[in-house]
Design a protein around this ligand. Sequence first.
Ligand SMILES: [Zn+2]
Length: 336
Amino acid sequence: MAEKIRSNLFRQSREITIILPRRVAATTWLTLLAFLLVPGLASSQINAGEPLRPEWCRQLPRPQYKNLERVNVTDDWFEVYRVRPDVFAIYEPHQFEEVISYLILGSRRALLFDTGLGVGRISYVTAKLTSLPVTVLNSHTHFDHIGGNAEFSEVMGEDTSFTRASIKGQSNIYSRDALAAERICGTLAAGVRADSYAIRPWHISHWVQDGERIDLGGRQLEIIFTPGHTPDSLCLLDRKHGLLFTGDTFYPGPIYLFTPETDFAAYARSASRLAHLAPSLKLLLPGHNVPVAEPVYLTRLLEAVRKVQAGLVNSTVIEGRREYRFQDFSLLLAVK
Ligand SMILES: [Zn+2]
């Protein structure tokens, strides 16, 4: 057992740059780092006989969930919340990324905005929530938002070379670390194992355009291309109800802007585009952590991005990233 824990710790320390930032505040990183780097801390955990329970897991559930309406869908991986009438947040609280996908219902069809990690079967959940035909659209094609795409025959996507690479899926060699013990809170979905977990390839049934409208029957959605986090990042706007589904372009937490596919100048332009929408919005529905955020964050995000661009704010360098901290969120950029 100790051997197993040690090997997990080794993996965590080797890949700490990948696993830490999504949702953990900077102060927590330091706690985790101390845990990793001070052998006494690790051995005292082992001696206490406690399961290896990462710091982030101890902080769940997030307080915002108390005020949300939980929908009684029996599933061992997902939790479902009704955020607005006919808008469901499908949340994955048992994995470090705390991914949130959204099912949006019209009178004739439904749209699933992201499909999560592919650990639980999200199509089982959507089938419990609606009998309407479901079309998938991804906020972008990072692995944690596309895991269930292969469960659906109708998947829309943006035509970028990044997307075309993503649709090939991801083998277990690249995927398995997402399910390492320190990234799991509780237990995995039945029948799922880290050593066989992979992202299955899928087909795009329709390539979307910027500004394209999707008519679900009684509910219109509008696609807004917001490249930056990835080349294929997009947001989904429900103008009538003042809802903006932001994916990873904004969520309350450390926002990843350090990977090779991130283009910070493009991200700044997208932030500007979204900030113009803020006055007409009532709610942001982000892709991680919590499914509700005030639209004013889009104004704050643009201010933050401009401050970073102008060199008006200091960063803290942690594990190869520059973190620029603002109220309730931070921007994580690569160290130049
Ligand atoms: Zn992402």
